[in-house]
Design a protein around this ligand. Structure first.
Ligand code: UT7
Length: 333
């Protein structure tokens, strides 16, 4: 009998309607549409402006969409994992809040923080539960309100990030579809280049930390860029080689959407034409844990049962990795 694999059987998403365009940003900081498009590749991002709503609200929207689309009853869900760097609160976990908002009562839930590699790490983690045979329906959601930790006076970071959530349903398959291989790495010494300075136990919040803007994303863009380009491309090529996949065998690269130049470099190293690389960064920006499932959501109708997908990400930690998965359904059937 074939080994159980975790296969994605549905995708849902939710993003706020309000847009923050490059024109809007050029009135807030010293920047231009041309600079942002050339250096990052983003035109607009969605922003959650409603007071009293955080990333759990976005995540619940994505999970509700997923449950509706897949005809799954909340009580059927065994486990929910939320990947986020912007939970509503330090505790309880966003996963607990999202489960409550979505009416999921017979599951356990927790959060996973791996920076921009959150969804990728989450998929590796969720797959273990499914492959073990005990968990039949696992919801994995990436939910981020990046606008809550973005300094809109810092022109080097504020054009990058956006708010969104997207979720997938994972179920067991013995037919050879699903998550077939993964490679993941982390290097905590990279923290100095990308982190939030205060608000944790190392440096609890004070008037001084707020005044010094230490509750926002701190990023040394060039250093992070250099690591991201090489690590994401290397690990994507490594997983292709390890599984004897040529560029022709790969139907899609699903890359984390941090910078168009990183995405292009990864696709080129893998020998893929641009037509096989999912890119929606221009409309959402970097939504951290939500980028990869948001791509799957937008491309769902083009994906065919049996397609070979490579998912790749790099993010704060540093964290990075790649997943080889065989897509398991034709949408609409
Ligand atoms: O997803 C998690 C991981 N994160 C990433 O993967 C992000 C990786 N880093 C990046 O994507 C890029 O480094 C950035 C988009 C953050 C910055 O792009 P860059 O090409 O590395 O720009 P830079 O920091 O080298 O800055 C080049 C110039 C500087 O001016 P000078 O010193 O050459 O006069 C900056 O001050 O561009 C200037 N600059 C801007 N100019 C116009 C920085 N931000 C802006 C801006 N508008 N928004």
């Amino acid at each position: 009998m074939e080994q159980l694999k975790a296969v994605i059987t549905g995708v849902g998403a939710y993003y706020p309607e309000d847009l923050l365009t490059n024109e809007d940003l050029s009135r807030m900081v010293d920047t231009t549409d041309d600079w942002i498009m050339t250096r990052i590749g983003i035109k607009e991002r969605h922003i959650l402006r409603e007071k009293g709503k955080g990333s759990a609200f976005l995540g619940a929207g994505a999970v509700n969409d997923l449950l509706r689309k897949t005809g799954t009853k909340p009580d059927e869900v065994d486990l929910l994992i939320c990947c986020t760097v912007t939970p509503d609160m330090h505790f309880p976990a966003n996963g607990n809040l999202i489960s409550d908002l979505a009416g999921i009562k017979h599951a356990f839930s927790f959060d996973l923080n791996a920076g921009c590699s959150g969804f990728l790490y989450g998929l590796i983690t969720a797959a273990q539960f499914v492959e073990g045979g005990r968990y039949k329906k696992v919801v994995l959601v990436g939910a981020e309100k990046m606008s809550a930790i973005t300094d809109y006076t810092d022109r080097a970071t504020c054009p990058i990030f956006g708010d969104a959530a997207a979720a997938v349903l994972l179920e067991p398959s013995a037919e050879g579809y699903g998550v077939l291989d993964h490679i993941a790495r982390s290097d905590g010494s990279g923290w100095v280049h990308l982190h939030m300075k205060a608000g944790g136990s190392l440096k609890p919040p004070t008037i001084e930390t707020v005044t010094a803007k230490e509750h926002f994303i701190y990023q040394e863009g060039q250093v992070v860029f250099k690591h991201a380009v090489s690590k994401m491309a290397d690990i994507s090529v490594e997983i292709m080689n390890r599984n004897h996949l040529t560029a022709d065998d790969v139907a899609w690269l699903v890359p984390h959407q941090a910078n168009m130049r990183i995405i292009t470099a990864t696709g080129e190293r893998m020998g893929l034409p641009a037509s096989k690389v999912m890119v929606n960064i221009q409309r959402y920006g970097n939504t951290t844990s939500a980028t990869i499932p948001l791509c799957l959501y937008e491309w769902e109708r083009q994906l065919k049962k049996g397609d070979n997908l490579i998912l790749a990400a790099f993010g704060a930690g540093f964290t990075w990795g790649a997943i080889y998965l065989k897509w398991g359904y034709n949408a609409g059937e």
